[in-house]
Design a protein around this ligand. Structure first.
Ligand SMILES: Nc1nc2c(ncn2[C@@H]2O[C@H](COP(=O)(O)OP(=O)(O)OP(=O)(O)O)[C@@H](O)[C@H]2O)c(=O)[nH]1
Ligand SMILES: [Mg+2]
Length: 291
């Protein structure tokens, strides 16, 4: 009987959860940036091996804040934890474990038997994995630990081996050539958001969302897809558009270049910037973006 497990990847913002998911799956499944709280949904990436299947669930960074957006993101994390077999707790070896790390370790302490701790970014000269071990051992006594670099793909095979050793027997949930179950339009919108963040994060780290409008496939197979980039103020709209449309053009071109690698049909994007002053406070806007 093969083994299979759903595995939630959890950790503070920017510890490298999405980078790790992509490294494990060998493809861009979840968007990555240096800005905290890049991931806003539970995103699945699947690996299939002769011994079975691991279905990873990338989650938003666990962040303590009473802002509506953060509360929504935390709900996604907690829901994911309750739905999976195993928990992959990722810690950034370049940062001091602070209050937030304490809160996560405390949250996970009742789940010791289904936790694997991965200490990430050991490639970084600033990394202090021993300090992290000292933090983890008394708090999550008995939990398995692996030190890794998601960027350099160090020790990922050991990590997969440890996860399979804890996985229950179970069926292959997905065909073996599937590495993510995201809807194409969601994935396209996420890539647009990644490129929008990368091109504007110095001026607007948190204020961007991307909303799908419509798409149609032409007879020649080209998919036309229209998205709105949401910002909160007119001044931010000007930043995203750039001088003579230079920034929004770059966002479109970079997203289309990545899409070429990911989809076997051509995709043409139409992007428009929309000001919605309240998207981070409005329940209906948040429900359209985070689900
Ligand atoms: N040096 C180094 N940097 C890494 C590693 N893994 C991730 N990073 C960097 O850390 C930053 C955050 O990476 P993400 O994968 O977006 O982190 P995340 O945990 O998914 O972040 P949120 O979705 O915001 O919670 C990016 O700049 C990555 O390049 C690693 O193994 N080594
Ligand atoms: Mg992420």
């Amino acid at each position: 009987m093969p083994k299979s497990a759903f595995v939630a990847i959890i950790g503070r913002p920017s510890v490298g959860k999405s980078t790790l998911l992509n490294a494990l799956c060998g493809a861009k499944v979840s968007i990555v940036s240096s800005v905290p709280q890049t991931t806003r949904n539970a995103i699945r990436g699947i690996i299939t091996r002769p011994e079975g299947q691991l279905i990873f669930v990338d989650t938003p960074g666990y962040h303590i804040s009473d802002k509506k957006l953060n509360l929504r993101l935390r709900e996604i994390v907690l829901r994911s934890l309750s739905e999976v077999d195993l928990i992959l707790y990722l810690i950034d070896a370049t940062r001091e474990p602070g209050k937030e790390e304490e809160a996560i370790a405390e949250l996970l302490s009742k789940d010791i038997h289904r936790i694997v701790v991965a200490i990430n970014k050991i490639d970084d000269p600033e990394a202090r994995p021993l300090l992290i071990e000292e933090f983890i051992i008394p708090r999550l006594r008995g939990a398995k630990r692996v030190s890794i670099s998601a960027v350099e793909k160090t020790n990922l095979e050991s990590l997969i081996e440890v996860l399979f050793s804890l996985a229950p027997e179970g069926p292959f949930w997905y065909p073996e050539d599937i590495y993510t179950d995201q809807e194409p339009v969601f994935r396209i919108g996420e890539l647009v958001r990644e490129k929008a963040i990368l091109n504007t994060y110095q001026e607007l780290p948190h204020a961007i969302a991307v909303e799908y409008r419509e798409s149609s496939k032409r007879a020649d197979g080209v998919l036309f897809a229209r998205f709105d980039i949401l910002v909160e103020r007119d001044s931010q709209k000007a930043i995203v558009i750039g001088r003579q449309g230079s920034i929004i053009k770059r966002i479109r071109e970079e997203a289309e270049a990545d899409l070429k690698e990911l989809f076997d049909y051509p995709i043409k994007l139409q992007l428009q910037v929309r000001v919605d002053p309240d998207w981070r406070k409005s329940d209906s806007a948040l429900s359209r973006i985070i689900f």
